[in-house]
Ligand binder design. Sequence first.
Ligand SMILES: [Cu+2]
Length: 107
Amino acid sequence: MKKTGFLLLAAWLPATQAAEIELGQQNKSFVNNGQKVDHLKVKAGDTIRFKNYDPFFHNIFSLSDLKTFDLGSFPKGDSRTVTFDKKGTVDIECAIHPQMQLKLEVE
Ligand SMILES: [Cu+2]
């Protein structure tokens, strides 16, 4: 019974599955899988979930040609998502903490 349900779901999903990757904000740094990062690679079509773990606001944005966005200020525990469809490089920053910078490579 369970197996049948899984097979039906697998058949329904597209062949190339886009991923959702969490990029946290913690101690005024970007964090992925518990590691502080200033560089991250994702695949075209992937979505990044920006989640704030700090007890203060962050405002994540990018002015890059490939993907321009501004998530606005959001508090601890909140998250916002951005999907990256095109291949290239995106510089991600925080408007509140200029030292927070991350280079995203979309492959
Ligand atoms: Cu910040």
